[in-house]
Unconditional design. Structure first.
Length: 727
């Protein structure tokens, strides 16, 4: 078969470009992998370059293997025997950034200042090495948490900075720079490199060794890069060194799908490449082979609100398809139940569960969905992550709660006795276990037999358990809050650079406790030991023990939107479309944060082939309390004619009382002010205190607002009489 058969006009133009720099803007579902692999096969099969003259860079091993498999089928017999990631098709270099840098460093280990058999530290090995360093230097690991220091070191390396080049504005940063230097010395002494070091050391090798740099520049005549929008500054600098002045760089990417800014990805690399390499070949792949027209029109309408785009507009020959279904629920629990009922209907219609995806912005949102799926007996799999009750921070919290119920639980005791760290090492725990065996007692009961520093630290832990048990009479949600704070779990994750997801999961555990009490019909009354606690712990164990569906099972797919990138499904639910959740509240304060959130929404929408659901809830649990939310502003960006509302338009009151009339979604009451106030606004009242306006009705001089005053309850107040003040 001819390599070029079946390519559309822009794909054909990209594949057959002359040897010059090119930027291929490949929209979602536009066949970018096919274009990239066909370009390589075209260059080789037409004799324009030998396989040894090709360097192809991907971001994941999975993508590299897929390209290898396609090239094996495309290239003549004898050229397709590939092997592992980063290996050759008779000399071709194809792999991830880390895989290719590892290969180059292995070939030139002496010039790179490394031993021949240098070892690579994965992320857990690196963290262990940092912990070992801090211990050897007697550094307080509470003031300088190992995980935080690891993030700091990696961030400097990814910015291309060695310790001497890092600016330290204060004593605390200066100390971290010193520890970075000590860590480098330790790694060099032990002959190991971490992942960021692979790229930085390879870049430095090429930068300072001109003969070696010229060798690779002359060898690689064609450099092809996948997912170019996800490159960081150091990766782009490495590519520029290899390209030199003669190689042709073929960069494939989509600036509208740049969603990894938190990992260091720099969308500016695309514009810099276009400018610095004087790119004249800019080709847009806009024909989508995945989704129906209504889905693409919605995605286009959303993303066009981002400024400074390179610009493209997805289209399809598949027809408009079904309208996008929108559902408004009263609460997050109701939202989960709606999704479960829709899934049941879809499976009755013949949809495979494996082709149905439930997407959410934050990991913590999975808890309510998992609970509803568990109760309904629907098999599911959390893609790219753990189920809620299996997450480490949740297991830690449950262990503390189990010790509240039973301090002789040795499994829970062992899990958290030194987490967060409190100076109780493995040797101390081993001695405690010996003492417990000698007296046929639990670990907790054996603590009085311990002496010295270990005895003192263990006694402090026993006193912590006692203080936790003193709060056992509290209602379950309050007890969980108390345990999370007093145990130090919240403070520990608050000090982690990327601990926000874990903190959100801990908050969701409080919500789970409140929901459990409400669903179980228990009172949550105070007592010596809350019976709710024992029942809740049993419930958590049962959900955690439920077997997660395997790869081959027909199971629903749950995942964050970040994890969904690169995947596609027949049916997609995007849940939690509320202001502060999606878009995330942090995006308001971050530079260009809303632009990245909108790109994330674009990615979410374009995962759907045939049917798309957008859902949101009026109320959602936060810290065990009900929070009232506004629908996501992204919903306003979707043209009304693309939508099919499964519930009445927003603007109805939470108790079924009609509010002021609304027109289209974007011009309804939630966006307008009434009597100088708006729905969602925080207010204060001289008698009832702080509250949030959740509804409004009337007009002109006869306006009433409904305010949620928390423990003071819901109140309808006439604005011309009530002394409300905006907060």
């Amino acid at each position: 078969m001819n390599l070029l058969d079946g390519l559309n006009e822009p794909q054909l133009a990209a594949v057959t470009l002359p040897a010059a720099h090119a930027l291929i803007l490949a929209g979602a579902g536009s066949g970018k992998t096919r274009v990239l692999t066909t370009r390589i096969a075209w260059l080789v099969s037409t004799g324009q370059v030998s396989p040894a003259g090709v360097l192809a860079v991907t971001f994941t091993n999975k993508a590299a293997k897929e390209m290898q498999a396609r090239l094996t089928a495309m290239l003549p017999v004898g050229m397709g025997n590939l092997g592992g990631v980063g290996t050759t098709v008779r000399g071709m270099w194809l792999g991830t950034f880390h895989g290719l840098c590892n290969r180059m460093l292995r070939a030139h280990y002496r010039d790179a200042g490394l031993p021949q058999l240098f070892q690579i530290l994965d992320s857990s090995d690196q963290l262990a090495a940092v912990k070992r360093l801090l211990k050897s230097l007697n550094v307080d690991d509470e003031k300088y948490p190992p995980r935080d220091l690891t993030y700091f070191i990696n961030a400097q390396k990814e910015a291309g900075l060695r310790p001497a080049a890092v600016e330290a504005w204060d004593e605390w940063t200066r100390k971290k720079v010193d520890l970075y230097q000590a860590y480098e010395a330790q790694c060099q002494r032990e002959g190991v490199v971490d992942f960021p070091e692979l790229l930085l050391r390879c870049y430095e090798l090429l930068e300072r060794n001109e003969p070696l740099r010229r060798h690779y520049q002359q060898r690689f005549r064609h450099i092809l890069v996948d997912e170019f929008q996800d490159t960081n500054r150091l990766q782009y600098a490495w590519l520029k060194l290899l390209a030199g002045t003669d190689a042709a760089m073929f960069a494939v990417g989509d600036d509208d799908q740049s969603i990894y800014g938190f990992r260091g990805a720099d969308i500016a690399n695309m514009r810099d490449f276009e400018r610095e390499f004087k790119v004249t070949n800019l080709i847009r792949l806009e024909q989508n082979y995945r989704s129906h027209g209504n889905i693409l029109d919605a995605a286009n309408a959303i993303i066009k609100n981002n400024p400074h785009r390179l610009g493209k507009n997805l289209w399809t020959e598949a027809g408009s398809g079904e309208p996008i279904r929108v559902h408004e629920s009263y609460s997050d629990g109701d939202e989960a139940r709606f999704i479960v009922e829709e899934i049941k209907a879809l499976t009755r219609e013949g949809h495979a569960r494996a082709e149905i995806a439930l997407l959410y912005r934050s990991n913590a949102q999975s808890r309510a969905l998992e609970h509803a799926l568990f109760n309904a007996g629907l098999p599911y799999r959390v893609y790219g992550g753990l189920r809620f009750f299996e997450r480490a921070e949740i297991k830690h919290a449950l262990s503390y709660l189990r010790l509240v119920g039973n301090s002789d639980d040795d499994t829970s005791f062992s899990r958290v006795v030194n987490f967060p760290t409190r100076g109780i090492g493995a040797r101390s725990l081993e001695n405690l276990q010996d003492a417990a065996r000698a007296t046929q007692s639990s670990l907790h009961a054996a603590i009085p037999r311990m002496t010295g520093k270990a005895g003192s630290s263990l006694t402090n832990f026993a006193q912590l358990i006692l203080r936790l048990r003193e709060a056992a009479h509290l209602p379950l949600p309050e007890l969980v809050e108390h345990v999370l704070d007093l145990s130090g779990l919240r403070d520990f994750y608050r000090n982690e650079k990327e601990g926000q997801d874990r903190l959100a999961n801990l908050d969701e555990l409080v919500n789970a406790a409140a929901s459990f009490v409400a669903e179980a019909g228990t009172t949550g009354d105070e007592g010596e030991l809350s019976g709710d606690l024992i029942s809740f712990l049993a419930h958590a164990s049962l959900e955690a023990g439920e077997h997660q569906a395997g790869e081959g099972d027909d199971a629903l797919q749950l995942m964050t939107v970040h994890s969904a990138k690169g995947l596609e499904f027949n049916v997609v639910f995007i849940s939690g479309l509320e202001e502060g959740l999606f878009p995330h509240e942090n995006s308001k304060s971050e530079d260009k944060g809303m632009e990245e959130e909108r790109r994330l929404m674009y990615v979410a929408v374009t995962r759907a082939r045939n049917r798309l659901y957008l859902s949101f809830a009026q109320t959602r649990m936060l810290h065990g309390q009900t929070r009232y939310n506004l629908p996501s502003s992204f919903l306003d960006e979707v043209p009304e004619e693309l939508l099919k509302w499964l519930t009445p338009r927003p603007g109805n009151s939470f108790n079924g009382v009609s509010s002021a009339p609304t027109g289209q979604f974007g011009s309804g009451a939630r966006r307008s002010t009434i009597g100088g106030f708006r729905v969602g606004q925080s207010v204060t009242h001289p008698k009832f205190g702080l509250g949030v306006i959740v509804n409004a009705e009337g007009g002109e001089n006869d306006v009433r607002v409904q305010v949620n005053f928390g423990s003071g309850g819901m109140k309808w107040l006439a604005l011309n009489m009530a002394k409300l003040e905006a907060v």
